[in-house]
Write a protein that binds this ligand. Structure first.
Ligand code: B3K
Ligand code: ZN
Length: 866
């Protein structure tokens, strides 16, 4: 044996076009785990068959592993070498073999939370995308699928529960207080779906009868004491199983479905076959500790991971460039599920808000990439809003173009054709074409071109005939200077504002060219155009409409999303004018009238009203400007908020005087009612009424659930009243033993509009309850800061300094979470020269650190590109 190299590899760029099939098939893997928090011994026995025509060595990927033994067909084997972190085993002319490799790892030292790690005394795994290679040498690529049999053994007192994928086929007690279990997963799967959990856990159990009459046992495993907070997750799981049968014809395929909640987790959750592992944040919820948004998050993420069983597990990805194949499609599926469970209109508004807040800036910045990237250095950096949320919009557009029935024919064909395979985005599009009978040749550009398309629209009049002219352009993005027009569905309707019945009925036009002309027919006067209804295409639609037309649409449009858009556009126009020093009382008055109209509409859904009348975020206002001026934006937004609050004081006070819906009522109307009360409190506080802090404190104290308690606390946290300190102290005293609620305490302070928020963040980072070891806590404090535009971009650069310091401190511990904090620094081109220079130097300071991870190196260096 030789040690070819022990230096870590330099960041290498992997290209999509370089894909080659692996030289070996591994139909079966038998693993043995001798579990210990500090010293776990693992043997992986791989049954391999050569696929390549010529003899080939077996190249197995490793990350931080050393070899404790190699055997081939039961014999000790010396013909192997380390190639950097990887293991190459020479097998001569062999066509099949049983290769066993032993490794020893220390889960307690694994602070990256990738591979096998310890969290609060239990052991658990996270393998997607490339974490399996931190447990055992393996090809660790998604197109190598194997059946796994896993034997695990450990101390029975410390790890009374032993779980892995599939079914438990045997178990028993061993010597010295140890016990063991054998798990078998009948479904071949890639290594990224492998999972193992060992710990002291208790389950909430239930069952589900599938459409073919099979009984599936359902368990949600948590720490003792948390069982009472799993009921919403369990109901969401059963609803998801039922929904996937009804809507996609997909049945669950094992007799057991386990979910485990862990508190130290890099993302939301993970869809491991038959053993989903979740961040506690997306499992635990009860009225006292979870907001309505938390409840919705639990429901959506449980559904998302469950839906992956088909879109991801039964049909997986050939390589990581195809990530959106499973993620975009699964996000689309969970969005539709949540829409069916609650309010469809509000869900669409929320999803578009997330897309605009997280994905549009990504598409407009140095990290822009198509939903199917061409290259990467570290795949963890590509779990982005583009892959997930824009990916979902692209599936949604296909669903719109095909219509429900043909879309279902397409997905049926996709699942049937590729069941058990590792597929590509191209396979999905082809299934849509064949099953849905449509030509998507031009539509494929959505997979290739990055950047948010712009539609510049104008109305042309010829006598009484009106035509809509749509010009499409796709902006240049890094590496893609020239773009071609995209095919997309544009849903529109035109109304006569004069009460006549002239109308263009709701319809979907398919755009193809750089310029399209849509004949609208006869209107005596300029019609009000309801455009991109339901956000049929993920574009920036630029269409000059006067305040009168927008106000009319805000009051009359029959598509709730378009109504919301009209009111938001009216607000945006007024705000942008105010920021640039213009804007007059007429602009404000038009907004106030429209808000008043929506607020007092008797029949309106309160959830819709709450969404529609809240002002656009500071960040979204900034996105409309050539150069973002965070201070002017905050001032303008507060001024408009204050004006609205003063004029509509009586309506807002009336909302707060009425009894709040009980926290146990999770109907869309009750959730909407609570949200609306939060919005009312925000307006009254902005208006500066002297009793506003008392009202907020009363709401905080009287709340029978977390939605109102958190909303009131967040409003108080912006100010400097005595009530602020009282509420923060009471909240801390009551909840400091509950990690998820304590996150909220950090978060509201980081969201604060106070000038000294960066100093508060600095101080809170020294708080005994702050830790860099828990990603939820890091996101609560620092993620919230980057989302607080005026604080993060404070003119003295303190916000940038804090984030750079964090990235540097966190990188050696948890590079994945550190790298996720970098993109906000990469938006420097959108700011004035002073801020831009400070943002760049923060990135340069990060890059100057020795021994930086691949994750952070890639994000920081790309963020600096002009
Ligand atoms: N598939 C996982 C994400 C894994 C991310 C690894 N860095 C969760 C999800 O999208 O369902
Ligand atoms: Zn997913």
């Amino acid at each position: 044996m030789t040690d070819a190299s022990s230096t870590p590899p330099l960041p290498v760029t992997i290209h999509r076009g370089d894909y080659r099939p692996y030289e070996w098939a591994i139909p079966e893997i038998h693993m043995d785990f001798q579990l210990d928090v500090q010293c776990s011994k693992i043997t992986s026995q791989m049954h391999i068959t050569r696929q390549a025509a010529a003899p080939a060595p077996l190249l197995l990927r490793g990350d931080g592993l050393s070899v404790a033994g190699v055997r081939v067909d039961g014999q000790d084997w010396n013909d192997w070498a380390m190639v950097g972190p990887d293991l190459r085993i020479e097998l001569g002319e062999r066509e099949t073999a049983i290769v066993a490799v032993d490794t020893i790892i220390d889960p307690s030292a694994n602070s990256q939370l990738m591979g096998l790690y310890a969290s609060g005394g239990m052991l658990c795994t996270q393998c997607e995308a490339e974490g399996f290679r931190r447990i055992s040498f393996h090809p660790d690529r998604p197109d190598v699928l194997s059946r796994y049999v896993v034997r695990m053994e450990g101390d029975k007192a410390q790890f009374p529960i032993l779980l892995s994928n599939g079914n438990c086929i045997d178990s028993g007690d061993g010597a010295d207080g140890r016990h063991w279990a054998v798990w078998e997963d009948p479904w071949p799967k890639p290594s990224y779906l492998f999972a193992l959990v060992a710990g002291d856990l208790v389950a909430t159990s239930d069952e589900f009868i599938t459409m073919s009459g099979r009984k599936v046992a359902l368990n949600i495993w948590v720490r003792a004491g948390d069982e009472g907070r799993t009921l919403h997750a369990m109901q969401a799981l059963k609803n998801s199983m039922d929904w996937d049968e009804r809507v996609y014809g997909r049945e669950y395929d094992l007799d057991l479905f386990n979910i485990v909640a862990v508190s130290d987790f890099n993302m939301g959750a993970m869809e491991n076959k038959g053993l989903n592992i979740f961040n506690t944040r997306y499992i635990l919820a009860d009225a006292d500790t979870a907001t309505d948004a938390d409840y919705d998050g639990v429901e959506g993420v449980v559904a998302h991971e469950y839906f992956h069983n088909w879109s991801g597990n039964r049909v997986t990805c050939r390589d990581w460039f195809q990530l959106s194949l499973k993620e975009g499609f699964t996000v689309y599926r969970d969005q539709c599920f949540s829409a069916d469970m609650g309010s469809e209109a509000v869900k669409r508004i929320e999803d578009v808000r997330i897309l605009r807040a997280a994905q549009f800036p990504e598409d407009a910045g140095p990290l822009a990439h198509p939903i199917r990237p061409e290259s990467f250095q570290e795949i963890s950096n590509f779990y982005t809003a583009t892959i997930y949320n824009k990916g979902a919009e692209i599936i949604r557009m296909m669903a719109t173009l095909l219509g429900a029935e043909r879309f279902r024919a397409g997905t049926d064909l996709y699942f049937d054709r590729h069941d058990g395979e590792a597929a590509t985005c191209e396979d999905f599009v082809r299934a849509m074409e064949d099953g849905g009978q449509i030509d998507l040749t031009q539509f494929r550009r959505w997979y290739e071109q990055a950047g948010t398309p712009r539609l510049n629209m104008a109305l042309e009049q010829n006598g009484a005939e009106w035509t809509l002219v749509v010009q499409q352009s796709v902006p240049a993005t890094p590496g893609q200077p020239d773009k071609l027009p995209m095919m997309m569905p544009l849903r529109l309707k035109a109304f006569a504002m004069d009460g006549s019945d002239q109308v263009v009925a709701d319809q979907v036009f398919t755009l193809h060219g750089a310029e399209e002309r849509i004949a609208l027919g006869r209107f005596d006067n300029r019609p009000a155009l309801s455009i991109n209804r339901a956000f049929s295409a993920p574009v920036i639609a630029q269409f000059m409409r006067g305040a009168g037309e927008l106000a009319w649409l805000a009051a009359h449009d029959d598509d709730p999303f378009a109504r919301y858009e009209a009111l938001q556009q009216l607000m945006l126009d007024a705000l942008v004018a105010m920021v640039s020093g213009g804007g007059d009382d007429t602009d404000k008055a038009a907004v106030i009238d429209a808000v008043a109209g929506t607020l007092t509409e008797a029949a309106a859904d309160p959830a819709f009203v709450a969404e529609a009348i809240a002002l656009p975020s500071e960040a979204f206002i900034g996105d409309q400007m050539l150069v973002v001026d965070p201070d002017a934006i905050r001032a303008a937004r507060l001024a408009l908020q204050s004006a609205i609050g003063r004029v509509l004081e009586a309506d807002f006070r009336a909302l707060l005087t009425k009894a709040a819906p009980p926290a146990s009522d999770l109907s869309p109307t009750a959730k909407g009612g609570r949200r609306l009360r939060g919005v009312a409190l925000t307006y009254l506080t902005a208006a500066g009424f002297v009793d506003a802090p008392q009202m907020a404190l009363a709401m905080f104290r009287q709340a029978d659930g977390m939605t109102e308690r958190q909303a009131a606390l967040a409003v108080l946290a912006h100010g400097d009243s005595a009530e602020r300190e009282t509420a923060l102290a009471e909240f801390y005293d009551r909840y400091h033993n509950n990690a998820l609620v304590l996150d909220k305490w950090f978060q509201v302070q980081s969201w604060s509009m106070r000038d000294d928020t960066p100093e508060a963040v600095e101080r809170l980072a020294q708080h005994p309850d702050f830790t860099l070891s828990n990603p939820n806590r890091v996101r609560a404090l620092y993620g919230a800061l980057t989302g607080n535009q005026a604080a993060f971009h404070r003119a003295d650069g303190k916000g940038y300094q804090l984030i750079a310091d964090l990235v540097i401190a966190l990188d050696s511990k948890n590079p994945q979470t550190a790298a996720r904090m970098i993109p906000p620094l990469g938006r420097w081109k959108r700011f004035d020269e002073g801020r831009a220079a400070m943002m760049r130097s923060a990135l340069e300071r990060i890059l100057a650190q020795p021994g930086l991870s691949r994750d952070v190196t890639e994000q920081a260096s790309k963020s600096l590109l002009a």
